[in-house]
Design a protein around this ligand. Structure first.
Ligand code: SF4
Length: 285
C-alpha cells in the first residue's frame, strides 16, 4: 500500500524512513527503562527482524489505514459496558450466556488500562529495564470469586454464523490468543487474581440483510478462551536478548513485504546487487 508521510497540517512531506525521536529506539544494553507494548511483542513473535529494525534501528515502517468501523463498534460497546460499570449491573449479553454473576470491573485506572497509546496495563519485567504494556478493551469481574475476566472486542463481517471452536482454531486468530495470554500475564503480574477464562466479544456484521437503510446490523457472540501465559517469559527473555545484540536477525520468509522489497531492489538496482548474497538481506541490512 502507498503511505505518504504528512505533517500536522496533512501536507505531504519528505519521508526519511527513520523515526525522528531518538528516545523511541532502544540502544543495545541501555540501562534506562524502555517500554515494549503488546503490539511490538507480537511483532517480535512474527518477525524478529522487523521488530529489531523498528525498536532498535529506529526504522519508520509504512502505516496502515485506521480501522474506523471496528473502532466505532469498540467505542459504542465501551459506552454500553461503562453504563453497567457505573451501576454495577450485568450487561444484556451476560444472562443469556450464563454469566449473570458477572459485572464490568469498576476500577479508577480502567480508562488508563484501556489507553493503549499512552498507558495500558503496565508491568516492569522481572529485574530488567523493560516495561511491558498492553491496552485492554475491557475487564469484567466474577462477583462470586472476585476474579477478573479479560475481554477483547472483535468486529468482523463474515457470511456464516460464528462457531466458537472454529473461531479459536482459525490460524488468522492466533494473534488474538497471544493478545489474551499477554494481557493475562500483565494483569497477574500487577497482582490481580485473573479468571482462567477470558472472552472475545465478537460482533459479526450481517451481510445477508436486504439493504443498508442507514443501519448495519450485527450478531454478537461471546467466545470463551482459556488463556495460557506460561510461554510468555521465555519469549520476552528471547526478545530482550535480541534487543541487546548488534546483529540483525533473519527475516520471516513468508513475509510479502520483504519479498516485495527484494523484487524492488532487483528492479531498481539491477547492477547493485552482490549475487552471492541474499538481495533481501542486502536491501535491509
Ligand atoms: S520479513 Fe521483512 S518486511 Fe517482513 S516483517 Fe520481517 S523484516 Fe519486516
Amino acid at each position: 500500500m502507498i503511505d505518504l508521510k504528512r505533517n500536522s497540517k496533512k501536507e505531504p512531506i519528505k519521508a526519511t524512513g527513520i523515526r525522528a525521536r531518538e528516545s523511541s529506539s532502544y540502544k543495545p544494553n541501555q540501562t534506562t527503562d524502555f517500554k515494549i507494548s503488546r503490539g511490538r511483542f507480537s511483532n517480535f513473535l512474527t518477525c524478529p527482524r522487523c521488530f529489531y529494525l523498528d525498536r532498535v534501528k529506529g526504522l519508520d515502517p509504512p502505516g496502515t489505514p485506521g480501522w474506523t468501523l471496528n473502532e466505532t463498534t469498540d467505542l459504542l460497546l465501551k459506552k454500553e459496558f461503562d453504563h453497567c460499570r457505573e451501576t454495577q449491573t450485568a450487561h444484556r449479553l451476560f444472562a443469556p450466556n450464563g454469566l449473570g454473576h458477572i459485572v464490568p470491573f469498576n476500577h479508577p485506572e480502567m480508562d488508563n488500562w484501556r489507553d493503549s497509546l499512552h498507558h495500558g496495563l503496565i508491568l516492569k519485567y522481572k529485574d530488567t529495564n523493560i516495561i511491558l504494556t498492553g491496552g485492554v478493551d475491557d475487564i469484567w469481574q466474577d462477583t462470586n470469586t472476585q476474579q477478573l475476566i479479560i475481554v477483547d472486542y472483535k468486529s468482523q463481517a463474515k457470511n456464516a454464523r460464528v462457531d466458537k471452536q472454529d473461531y479459536l482454531e482459525d490460524p488468522y486468530h492466533d494473534g488474538y490468543k497471544i493478545q489474551m495470554d499477554f494481557y493475562a500475564y500483565l494483569l497477574k503480574g500487577m497482582g490481580f487474581n485473573v479468571h482462567p477464562c477470558s472472552y472475545f466479544l465478537v460482533c459479526n456484521a450481517k451481510r445477508d440483510d436486504n439493504g443498508f437503510h442507514k443501519t448495519m446490523n450485527f450478531d454478537e457472540y461471546l467466545v470463551p478462551y482459556n488463556w495460557n501465559s506460561d510461554w510468555i517469559e521465555e519469549k520476552v527473555d528471547e526478545m530482550i536478548t535480541l534487543m541487546n545484540q548488534h546483529k540483525i536477525p533473519e527475516p520471516n520468509k513468508c513475509c510479502k513485504n520483504c519479498a516485495y522489497s527484494d523484487q524492488y531492489a532487483k528492479a531498481v538496482h539491477p547492477e547493485g546487487i552482490n549475487q552471492g548474497e541474499s538481495i533481501q538481506r542486502s536491501f535491509f541490512s
